[in-house]
Design a protein around this ligand. Structure first.
Ligand SMILES: Nc1ncnc2c1ncn2[C@@H]1O[C@H](COP(=O)(O)OP(=O)(O)O)[C@@H](O)[C@H]1O
Ligand SMILES: [Mg+2]
Length: 309
């Protein structure tokens, strides 16, 4: 299995709600470290991101320990790495600040990695990781195998680096560009302003081959797709977990889990169940520093939820 992930590796400083600070790599590093745990040594994971020269040695050393991660898609720039400060004001709510921005990735950085990927994930971590015209070129090549997490496309930035929600320009074009589109509930609310409900939004903004995944944190998720001219609309609860430790990266974990199970089985229902299991386990781990415990944490959650599979 070969998976390409386009986005940004962050240097995160997480200030959890009533807990000690966490310094870890974030952004698409969540996808990379999670996929590395879920896949075998023979699989291939290609992150495509700029890396700042302050962390390039460390990133190289860390990724070298992950036998299924390939580093050819990483490009070191002579600047500090994109840094994000995430300050939690409750277990699920946070304020964010973004420093040392990277320019957008270009087509030439991405094109060599598309041809034989089973899935291509575009995870918009800064929101300007790639421009729409680059996304459209990717879409021309691999739309059927393209997974988009809209994420920070929906967040504006002021001159102090503070992020706040906004409806992005040309959102309709972004929504149509990938077969699979993921967003969280807040992002959905911003984008779907003016539509009556999820079905109306789906019918108006998506084509019949597309799958929309709206994640709802501890409330679970909503899956929308069209079959035989009818819109299927499924609500699934989240897995019970003992205590939330750090929800940073739950959306990324969800996307990574979905892609793995979808490639394995081609079954949406199995893929969303697995996605939610991976995401719930991520909420039990601090930053990306404890990802080596992902599989055992997934087993604990299965036992807690009395799942046999
Ligand atoms: N407290 C929680 N308990 C169990 N699962 C959770 C919890 N928070 C998040 N998740 C899982 O993570 C998924 C993505 O979380 P969400 O917060 O919606 O995304 P994002 O990180 O993109 O904002 C959810 O659909 C759910 O499966
Ligand atoms: Mg997200």
């Amino acid at each position: 299995m070969k998976i390409t992930i386009i986005g940004t590796i962050n240097k995160d400083l997480i200030l959890p709600f009533h807990d000690t600070p966490i310094e870890s790599f974030g952004g698409i590093f969540y996808d990379v470290s999670i996929l590395s745990q879920l896949l075998s040594e023979n699989d291939e994971i290609y992150p495509i991101s700029f890396v700042g020269e302050d962390i390039s040695g460390t990133i190289d050393a860390v990724l070298q320990k992950m036998p299924n991660v390939r580093r050819e898609g990483l490009i070191t720039l002579p600047q500090k790495n994109h840094k994000v400060i995430l300050e939690y004001t409750s277990p699920q709510r946070r304020r964010e600040k973004s420093l040392f921005q990277f320019p957008p990735l270009e087509w030439k950085h991405i094109e060599p990695f598309l041809a034989d990927s089973d899935m291509v994930i575009v995870n918009l971590i800064s929101g300007w990781d790639i421009e729409l015209k680059t996304m459209q070129k990717i879409s021309e090549k691999v739309r059927n195998r393209l997974y988009l997490d809209l994420h920070y496309l929906v967040m504006d930035i002021d001159n102090l680096g503070r992020r706040s929600p906004r409806k992005p320009e040309a959102i309709e074009e972004w929504l149509k560009s990938a077969r699979f589109v993921q967003m969280n509930e807040t992002e959905y609310r911003i984008i779907s302003e003016g539509y009556r409900n999820e079905v109306d939004f789906f019918q108006s903004c998506f084509n019949e081959d597309q799958i929309l995944l709206i994640t709802r944190a501890s409330k679970g998720m909503l899956l929308l797709y069209e079959r035989d001219g009818m819109i299927a609309h499924k609500t699934l609860p989240a897995f019970k977990i003992q205590k939330v430790v750090d929800t940073t990266g739950c959306g990324d974990a969800f996307g990574a889990g979905f892609v793995v199970e979808y490639i394995r089985s081609g079954d949406f229902s199995a893929a969303v169940e697995y996605a939610q299991l991976v995401a719930a386990a991520n909420a039990r781990l601090r930053g990306t520093n404890e990802m080596h415990r992902l599989q055992e944490t997934m087993e604990e959650i299965k036992a807690l939820n009395q799942l046999s599979v």
